[in-house]
Design a protein around this ligand. Structure first.
Ligand SMILES: Nc1nc2c(ncn2[C@@H]2O[C@H](COP(=O)(O)OP(=O)(O)OP(=O)(O)O)[C@@H](O)[C@H]2O)c(=O)[nH]1
Ligand SMILES: [Mg+2]
Length: 362
């Protein structure tokens, strides 16, 4: 499973600049709205300091970190759900993402165009979230229509789905995103199939002025917008002080020279993974030591399938060592002697840090 994170937000707020910073690519990030049209896709390693230690212990030749995908999506504007700006096509791109990263402009700089004329984070996120709500509302209405006119559904009772989607319509019409509604597991499984945009987890990246105390702004931002502080990540893509000084000294200089170092890429990616409750397990041998991210609560058989379908088809058992046991003893024979290699069956729930060797037969 490749986890995808979509960068969304108004045009010209710093989505592509953030994408470049994280992926170390160099896609155009220019001072005009809709600079990005086609989505940019970048693959980013999920750094884990445990992997290097593990690789050293087994003298692995290669170290392979697990990766996530970052998608830089064109800016959305008011009316996008009905075709305004670059319209619906880009809302479609958002569907394939597992989580959304909404970039919000808090930096004040008269040289950088704001599509609505001034910096106003509450208005901006309201515009984006409303477009996502409207797109979901449209989808809900289509689903209801389809179930009203179609025959009986094999899997579920039509009325069950119609009532569930009608409940979603009521919430969406009151401005409530579906991720904030409590559903049963059964309901969630149905809704997830439709890839509702407001059901996707959302993290807010606040692109701030780097010389201000961000904590005051974050508290205010969360309070004003009823947002949980754990979903907010402040960054400063540019050093505004340097930009201002530079503008005074040399109007034509390249602003991209002034990335400040305040954004820690690994920390940022870690936050994204934590946000989706992703955990890490390892495989390690002389050829390769590798980390794998997975959604918490997965069983050995599900994880085996993640590596290769042969592993799950011919699953015999999983030999598991916990990371701490491995690092404390470092020697596989010693670990064996101490009985620290556990033999686990299909239903074993994989733990963060497990080092796994799958035994299988095909
Ligand atoms: N001063 C300042 N400029 C920034 C900051 N972040 C981005 N910019 C500039 O703002 C402009 C737009 O940045 P992009 O990253 O292209 O914006 P975007 O959100 O991808 O825009 P679209 O592709 O149009 O949706 C560029 O000129 C960036 O250099 C910031 O924190 N401070
Ligand atoms: Mg862009």
């Amino acid at each position: 499973m490749v986890y995808k994170f979509g960068l969304i937000g108004l045009p010209n707020v710093g989505k592509s600049a953030l994408f470049n910073k994280i992926t170390k690519l160099n896609i155009p990030s220019k001072n005009f709205p809709f600079c990005t049209i086609e989505p940019n896709i970048g693959v980013v390693s999920v750094f884990d300091s445990r992997l290097k230690k593990l690789a050293d212990c087994v003298s692995a030749i290669n170290i392979v970190y697990s990766t996530v995908v970052l998608i830089d999506i064109a800016g959305l504007v008011q009316g996008a759900s009905t075709g305004e700006g670059l319209g619906n096509k880009f809302l479609e791109k958002i569907k394939e993402c597992h989580a959304l990263i909404q970039v919000v402009r808090l930096f004040d700089n008269n040289d950088i165009i704001h599509v609505y004329g001034n910096v106003n984070p509450s208005r901006d996120i309201d515009i984006i979230n409303t477009e996502l709500l409207l797109s979901d509302l449209d989808l809900c209405e289509k689903i209801v229509q389809r179930y009203i006119t179609s025959g009986k559904n094999k899997e579920f009772d039509n009325n069950f789905i119609i009532n569930l989607v009608r409940r979603c319509i009521c919430k969406l019409q009151s401005g409530i995103s579906l991720r904030n509604v409590i559903f049963t597991t059964e309901e969630l499984n149905i809704l997830k199939k439709y890839q509702f945009l407001t059901l996707k987890p959302m993290i807010y990246v606040l692109n701030m002025m780097n010389h201000i105390d961000s904590s005051i702004y974050i508290d205010k931002f969360c309070k004003d917008n009823h947002i949980d502080v754990s979903t907010v990540f402040p960054i400063s893509l540019y050093n505004e002080n340097k930009i201002m000084l530079n503008n005074i000294n040399n109007k034509s200089s390249n602003k991209n020279n002034f990335h400040c170092n305040s954004l820690d890429n690994n920390k940022f990616i870690k936050k994204l993974c934590d946000f989706l409750y992703l955990k890490t397990f390892f495989t390690a041998g002389p050829k390769e030591a590798r980390s794998w991210i997975f959604q918490a609560e997965k069983t050995a058989i599900q994880i085996a399938d993640l590596i290769h379908s042969d592993f799950s088809k011919g699953f015999i058992r999983a030999q598991v060592i916990s990371y701490n046991d491995f690092i404390n003893h470092r020697n596989i024979n010693e670990i064996k002697r101490l009985g620290k290699i556990r033999s686990e069956g299909k239903k074993y729930v994989i733990q963060d840090g497990d080092i796994i060797n799958f035994l299988f037969n095909v």
